[in-house]
Design a protein around this ligand. Structure first.
Ligand code: DAT
Length: 185
């Protein structure tokens, strides 16, 4: 392995139904990570860069221009040290991801969070049902190798703290592993 590729940080996808805590986790992880990580909130990125085809008023959601989104993300992801925070992950090429974290939340808690966010009722219902049906978890498991997909509960602050500590441990192990293979090569 070249020293250039070994010095790159990992690419961590944090996914889950809206409201499960992706952005909260990503922000804390940026603070606690032993190596610098860039947090890309993909929904915000799409809006900022205009990477959508249309906006649906009724559902209050954007139809993303997926090809343009992938083109914009490619150089950022290639540089490494990135957290991709989005409610879906199957779009991202498998080669991008070093770790895929799927956050899970009890559906009644999730309902409250989405209500607080001011989502229309049918959007709350749709997301709640998706969480119950494990849609995002299935998507992650069918898109990436089983060893890199981790399902984590995100219902309270203790979960947030222990999840982030666990990801930090994973980053340390990932880094140690790279350093070892670099010495060996
Ligand atoms: P997402 O980015 O998945 O849409 P978020 O990070 O914006 O979700 O979180 C939605 C709300 O829920 C926000 O008010 C923070 C809260 N929340 C999420 N995960 C939590 C946790 N593990 N403990 C306490 N609050 C949490």
């Amino acid at each position: 392995m070249s020293s250039e590729s070994s010095s790159k940080g990992p690419v961590i996808i944090i996914t889950g139904t809206p409201g499960t805590g992706k952005t909260t986790h990503a922000q804390l992880l940026v603070e606690e990570s032993p190596i610098p990580l860039k947090h890309i909130n993909v929904g915000e990125f799409v809006k900022e860069k205009g990477l959508y085809e249309s906006y649906d008023d009724e559902w209050q959601s954007y139809t993303v221009d997926e090809d343009r989104l992938l083109d914009e993300l490619e150089p950022i992801v290639s540089a490494g040290g990135v957290i991709l925070d989005w409610h879906t992950c199957e779009l991202f090429p498998e080669r991008w991801a070093d770790l895929v974290v799927v956050l899970r939340c009890d559906h009644s808690k999730l309902w409250d969070r989405l209500e607080k966010r001011g989502y229309p009722l049918k959007k709350i219902q749709e997301n709640n049902e998706a969480e119950i049906m494990e849609v995002v978890l299935d998507e992650a498991r069918s898109s990436y190798s089983q060893e890199i997909v981790v399902e984590l509960k995100s219902e309270g602050t203790e979960d947030l703290e222990s999840n982030v500590a666990r990801i930090v441990q994973w980053i340390n192990a990932w880094r140690a592993d790279r350093e070892t293979s670099n010495v060996e090569s």
